[in-house]
Design a protein around this ligand. Structure first.
Ligand SMILES: Nc1ncnc2c1ncn2[C@@H]1O[C@H](COP(=O)(O)OP(=O)(O)OP(=O)(O)O)[C@@H](O)[C@H]1O
Ligand SMILES: [Mg+2]
Length: 198
């Protein structure tokens, strides 16, 4: 299965989502994370070899792909519409992370308008959800009103997500008592994907 993580906006949790979904799918079958962002964020994260799956650059990926059952693609911020089209055509599913922030939601609606025309298989994932505010409920109603397909699972805003890249580890390997909560949510997203694709 090929899953691309994309958004028209930067900083919405694409790389964090790509890394943790790769960890989930690796627990099921060999999984390759392709870092197609020229900032190489996922490659930098994997530099110390502490991630439980293999990460390749886009240039390094072609020879490797056939060895893996699942491919997760992390994409750059602000893709051109043509790039979105290529991604939609080349993957089984697109995941669009968005924070509950109004501008991010607005950009997500624009991305979906593009994808609808392409007949793509996509789903929106709410990320960086702060349980202390009611912005997630507002975001959910906004997305439901706009009739966007949304994962039931939301990703909470956790310090452990911010800090795990600097240690080169996935969140579940970061020493923080709330890290497990974050990992369980990504596992739940992984299970939702498996159900959709079954
Ligand atoms: N659930 C979360 N809780 C707290 N911080 C988070 C969460 N998800 C991501 N972050 C932090 O937010 C920032 C942006 O996340 P990330 O790099 O995953 O987004 P991105 O969409 O890949 O960004 P870019 O467009 O720059 O590639 C990072 O500092 C990351 O650690
Ligand atoms: Mg990124």
């Amino acid at each position: 299965m090929i899953i691309a993580i994309t958004a028209l906006k930067g900083g919405v949790g694409k790389t964090t989502t790509a890394v943790h979904l790769a960890a989930y799918f690796q627990s099921l079958a060999p999984t390759l994370l392709i870092d197609s962002d020229k900032n190489r964020s996922a490659l930098v994260w994997s530099k110390e070899d502490k991630l439980p799956f293999y990460v390749a650059s886009q240039a390094g990926a072609p020879g490797l792909i056939k060895k893996f059952t699942h491919i997760i693609i992390d994409t750059p911020a602000r893709p051109e519409p043509e790039e979105l089209e290529d991604l939609a055509g080349g993957s089984d599913m697109l995941i669009l992370p968005t924070t509950p922030n109004h501008l991010d939601l607005d950009t997500t609606v624009k991305a979906v308008e593009l994808l609808r025309k392409l007949d793509a298989n996509y789903k929106v994932l709410l990320t960086k959800v702060d349980s202390r505010t009611k912005n997630s409920r507002d975001a959910k109603s906004f997305l439901e009103e706009a009739k966007l397909p949304l994962f039931k699972t939301e990703i909470p805003l956790l310090v452990a997500f911010q800090r795990s890249p600097s240690r080169g580890v996935v969140v579940q390997d970061y020493p923080d008592r709330r890290a497990k909560i974050g990992w369980n949510r990504y596992k739940d997203v992984g299970k939702e994907i498996s159900e959709i694709m079954a």
